[in-house]
Design a protein around this ligand. Structure first.
Ligand SMILES: [Zn+2]
Length: 474
């Protein structure tokens, strides 16, 4: 049995976090004013289903006196709920039972009175995974709830639930558990397991699990498994199972940013991602390092301001990491570009010059044939960019450079922007498995895009007035 299940709180007193939610629910149990449906939202492993089970237990406990909210944990109902075999508590995982049949059978369940207890408690975990017909069926039940039924919907993604469902529920947002609470919990569990683990190890576990109690206990279980009886587990031993921090590499990256050495920074990012490190994890390591710099530089105005700016950039990139999950290195690369841009307003250092290399298999025709696909791929996430890409056409290849022809200067300027250009180069790398450098030209509006326009091939021939119109020249 995992530690998380073994030490799952069986009383409200054991439930150490989410204090405000806990107090409200305890009062509801004593007063008997129970809503027909709860909605518990929040990240995984912070106690949503544990709280749901506690409610079930307290409501159906045969020996609970009216003035207390704590279940007795000794009567038949309590025991059955602990073992997960109670007929009056139905726990569904919507991730694996998404369909309408499940909800239909659930409707049958709610029609009949509880087998033995006062209430039937129906827990639907990962409720956002239900299909639309299933939601509709559930909504009907929620609109006319039988008196003896209490629903608990739990979800990590409430924004995916229909508003009609949410409005029928009493909503509680569960928070991540604080570092101190996680450490206290780990300490209590390791004492009950009779193992000796230093506070430094517990702190490292708590830090790595970032407020997710379930992850913390899973790590603790692995650390405990390392140790022999009656011997303290050392930090060095524990490090074998606690995911490694890449803070030394993060420090390296930050130094490269300060030196405006973008090319080396990109190489480091590539190496890190290739080694299988999650980009989210590495972003967090970077944020942690910048934070430490900030703290040690509180009296140094220049370093403090610079660190604040960097922190801001990295946090923003970490926040929208989900939008760029198809390119794990992208948020890191963008953070590098933005930071260096801030350090050097002239932007001189971020032009990454790459020698012209012959591409092996990639032809202009192949790129053209995929152009529509590329636009479709980006349409939902990068609307402005797709408009620009729709109005340009791949003109020609020059070695590993792909030259795009633009009808309009503002689209040309948009793609010329380093951030967009590098983004696009990365997307192309992902599509074709070849590193392309993107160049562009503005094609006069009277020229049709289908014909090969006579345009300057390099910056010298282009003359001064045309420099603006050509980018991507090596
Ligand atoms: Zn009981």
């Amino acid at each position: 049995m995992t530690l998380y299940r073994k030490y799952r709180p069986q009383t409200f007193a054991d439930f150490v976090n989410q204090k405000a939610i806990k107090t409200t629910i305890q009062n509801q149990i004593i007063s008997g004013k129970i809503p027909h449906a709860y909605l518990f939202t929040g990240p995984r492993g912070v106690g949503k289903t544990t709280m749901a089970r506690l409610i079930a237990k307290a409501l159906n406990c045969e020996k609970r006196s009216p003035e207390t909210y704590e279940p007795c944990n000794a009567c038949l109902s309590c025991e059955e709920i602990t073992k997960g075999i109670s007929l009056d508590m139905d726990e569904k995982d919507a991730a694996s039972n998404r369909g309408i049949d499940e909800i239909r059978s659930l409707k049958d369940t709610v029609r009949f009175s509880p087998t033995r207890s006062r209430y039937k408690i129906i827990i639907i975990d990962e409720a956002h995974m239900l299909t639309t017909p299933a939601f509709n069926a559930l909504l009907k039940t929620l609109e006319e709830p039988p008196l003896h039924v209490v629903f608990v919907l739990a979800t990590t993604e409430p924004q995916k639930l229909p508003e009609t469902i949410i409005s029928r529920c009493q909503r509680y947002d569960f928070k991540k558990v604080s570092l101190g609470e996680v450490v206290a919990h780990l300490k209590a569990v390791s004492e009950q397991e009779n193992v000796s683990i230093g506070d430094d190890v517990l702190l490292a576990i708590a830090r790595r699990s970032e407020g997710y109690l379930r992850d913390a206990l899973s790590l603790l279980g692995q650390v405990i498994a390392l140790g022999g009886a009656g011997r303290e587990i050392t930090f060095e031993e524990a490090e074998l199972v606690i995911p490694r921090s890449y803070k030394d590499r993060a420090e390296e990256l930050l130094s490269l940013i300060e030196l405006a050495r973008a090319r080396e920074a990109f190489a480091l990012i590539e190496e890190i991602i290739d080694a299988g490190v999650q980009s989210e994890q590495f972003l967090f390591d970077c944020i942690d390092c910048i934070r430490e710099r900030l703290i040690t530089a509180l009296d140094d105005d220049k370093t403090r301001l610079r660190s604040l700016k960097m922190l801001d950039i990295f946090i923003k990139r970490a926040e929208d990491i989900k939008r760029t999950s198809f390119l794990p290195q992208l948020p890191l690369e963008l953070a590098v570009i933005e930071c260096i841009g801030k350090e050097n307003p002239s932007n001189d250092n971020i032009k990454i010059k790459t020698a012209v290399l012959e591409t092996k298999t990639l032809t202009l025709d192949r790129i053209k044939s995929q152009w529509k696909n590329l636009i479709e791929t980006l349409r939902t996430t990068h609307t402005a960019l797709t408009v620009a890409l729709s109005s340009c056409t791949p003109l020609r290849m020059e070695g590993n450079r792909l030259i795009l022809g633009f009808k309009f200067r503002f689209h040309y300027n948009m793609i010329k922007d380093d951030k967009n250009r590098l983004f696009l180069e990365n997307v192309l790398l992902q599509m074709f498995n070849e590193k392309l450098i993107i160049g562009g030209e503005v094609i006069a509006e009277d020229q049709t895009l289908a014909t090969e326009p006579k345009l300057p091939l390099d910056i010298n021939q282009a003359g001064e007035s045309s420099v603006e119109e050509v980018f991507g020249i090596v």
